[in-house]
Every structure is written in structure tokens, then in C-alpha cells.
Design a protein around this ligand. Structure first.
Ligand code: SF4
Length: 158
């Protein structure tokens, strides 16, 4: 079987983001001819609708959430969606694990509370902070090579 790259689904033009849109991603051209691409959207896999209210990690980052020391809340109304985010990350991991031996890397959408690899948003402001989303944290804990969608130089070398 070809090498597999697990990719955040919104990076592939699929309209699964919280606002019902996709993103245009320059990195796709570097991997689409050489790898079998396995798309995952943890927030949809966790049972959240699309579109859905934007959410953020309350404190810490995805690792803190997985340790049960933080929550994920919708920005408006502060509805606790932690269980959806954790379930979605586990389901995404299950999909990747089906191809474990062939997965070369996991590329996740930067800045998302699920998929952020280097940065996520502070809960109370629109500023960014260093930290990982829940799904990025779970994949790292499980030994996968996780790359940010912004890491184009590394992605080119895959
Ligand atoms: S960033 Fe992750 S959770 Fe958010 S829409 Fe993209 S794939 Fe889904």
C-alpha cells in the first residue's frame, strides 16, 4: 500500500469548518500525487453539526483537556463541548490506526482548538498562544508524526 498522510479535512476543500467553509491550502500540491490521503474532521466525528458555534479551549491546551484539567467551550454562551472534541479526536485516531503501519505523517490545520499544532486561540481574546489542539495532542501522545498545515517546508520533504 502507498504511504498514508492523515490530513484535516477542511484543508482538502471540504466545507467542514465551524463556519461551513473550507480553507485553501497550498500544501495539498506537495502530497496529492505521492500519498494516499486520509481525511479526518474531528469536530464532525465528535458529533458536532456544520456550521457550528466557534469554540475555544478554556485554559492550557489540548494536553490539558485530555488530562481533564480544562474544558472546551463555545465562545458565545459557554456551552461545554469538551466531550464532543475528545470523542472526535479518539475517532480520528481510530481511523488513522487502521493504517498505522503506513501512516507517514498527520497534517493538521493550524490554530484550531482540535487541529492546531503550534498555536491555538486564547479563550478571552482573539490573540494566539503557543499550544496544541485536542486532536493534535492525542496523535502526538500516540506516537504519530504531527505537522502543522503551515509547515510547508517540512511537508515538501515528506
Ligand atoms: S480544523 Fe480540524 S476540526 Fe476544524 S474543520 Fe478542519 S478538520 Fe475539522
Amino acid at each position: 500500500m502507498d504511504s498514508v498522510i492523515v490530513v484535516s479535512m477542511c484543508l482538502l476543500g471540504i466545507k467542514c469548518r465551524y463556519d461551513g467553509k473550507s480553507v485553501s491550502w497550498e500544501g495539498l500540491k506537495f502530497i496529492k500525487d505521492s500519498f494516499f490521503i486520509l481525511p479526518v474532521c474531528p469536530e464532525q466525528l465528535g458529533g458536532l453539526p456544520t456550521p457550528r458555534p466557534p469554540s475555544k479551549i478554556e485554559k492550557g491546551d489540548g494536553f490539558t483537556v485530555l488530562e481533564g484539567r480544562s474544558r472546551i467551550l463555545t465562545v458565545e454562551g459557554k456551552i461545554d463541548v469538551t466531550a464532543n472534541f475528545i470523542r472526535g479526536s479518539q475517532e480520528a485516531l481510530k481511523i488513522a490506526n487502521l493504517f498505522r503501519e503506513n501512516v507517514k505523517a498527520v497534517i493538521l490545520k493550524e490554530k484550531s482548538p482540535s487541529c492546531g499544532v503550534k498555536t491555538i486561540y486564547n479563550f478571552n481574546t482573539d490573540s494566539l498562544k503557543t499550544g496544541k489542539g485536542v486532536t493534535a495532542a492525542l496523535f502526538i501522545k500516540n506516537g504519530y508524526r504531527v505537522l502543522s498545515s503551515d509547515a510547508l517546508e517540512e511537508i515538501k520533504k515528506l
